[in-house]
Write a new protein. Structure first.
Length: 267
């Protein structure tokens, strides 16, 4: 069992992904622990999957195009590492920031999320209107579904594998029956994930990180703002309808004994 699984959802990322994977592999080669890199191809129409598969040490999951939330879920459920790190294909948060999240995990937090807000966080190259959009959306999230988290949408998140498997088996919006989509689809799957984490009683920590705005972003301000708002409202409605009951989830034998069988780092 590797110490760390890095899960990277990707949709038409042939231009950026090879560089991202090279940077990640160089970083992992300097670390004293075992790891795996999972690229989850979200039904790309370009060479994303083939380019990723050609990279040494990279495993590729090929899916229908059902959106980032569905892709992240598939990757998290396939991860074998003691810890699971979610990262965007543009590596907007440098992979080196992992050590800050890992420290919080080892301090006992069970869901640790990178944050572009707070003391120590930096936002490089972000247009002012995108920052305003993010703050307005986060305010709506707090009003409708999830208070007390400054930045739900940063793609850099980590958790122990048993927590990742538990939460992603519970999600409803982008679960097994998620529809096939057309075009890029930025979603608010993060809100449902964090809502469930809080409901299940997991300890959540925000860690300020360095973040760089990608000029090749796939965000459509009008279309994706509406889709994200719809997702947030759906989370609240699902909870009111009792769809997020805290019923036990069956774990496999390796997940059940995770606290007693922490794999040693390979020094």
């Amino acid at each position: 069992m590797p110490w760390l699984s890095i899960v990277i959802p990707a949709y038409n990322e042939a231009g950026r992904l090879p560089h991202t994977l090279t940077v990640i592999q160089r970083y992992l080669a300097t670390q004293p622990f075992t790891s795996e890199v999972l690229v989850v191809d979200d039904g790309s129409s370009d060479a994303t999957a083939d380019l990723a598969a050609a990279m040494p040490g990279v495993e590729v999951l090929r899916l229908d195009h059902r959106g980032k939330g569905f892709a992240v879920r598939a990757g998290a459920l396939a991860a074998r590492g003691h810890y699971v790190l979610l990262s965007d294909a543009d590596l907007a948060v440098p992979v080196e920031e992992w050590v800050r999240l890992e420290q919080m995990l080892q301090d006992g937090y069970e869901v640790v999320i990178g944050s572009r807000e707070g003391v120590g966080a930096t936002r490089d190259g972000e247009p002012w209107y995108r920052h305003v959009m993010g703050r307005v959306f986060n305010g709506l999230i707090a009003l409708i579904a999830l208070r007390g988290i400054n930045d739900t949408q940063c793609g850099f998140k980590a958790m122990p594998r048993h927590v990742a498997h538990d939460l992603f088996r519970r999600v409803r919006i982008y679960g097994d029956d998620a529809p096939v989509l057309q075009g890029a689809a930025v979603t608010a799957y993060d809100v449902e994930l964090l809502f469930l984490a809080r409901k299940m009683g997991y300890r959540i920590a925000e860690v300020p990180v360095r973040w760089h705005y990608g000029t090749e972003t796939k965000v459509n301000p009008l279309r994706d703002s509406w889709r994200n708002l719809r997702d947030v409202v759906t989370v609240r409605l699902n909870d009111l309808r009792g769809r997020y009951r805290a019923a036990p989830i069956t774990l496999d034998s390796s997940e059940e004994g995770w606290r007693d069988t922490v794999p040693p780092k390979n020094l």
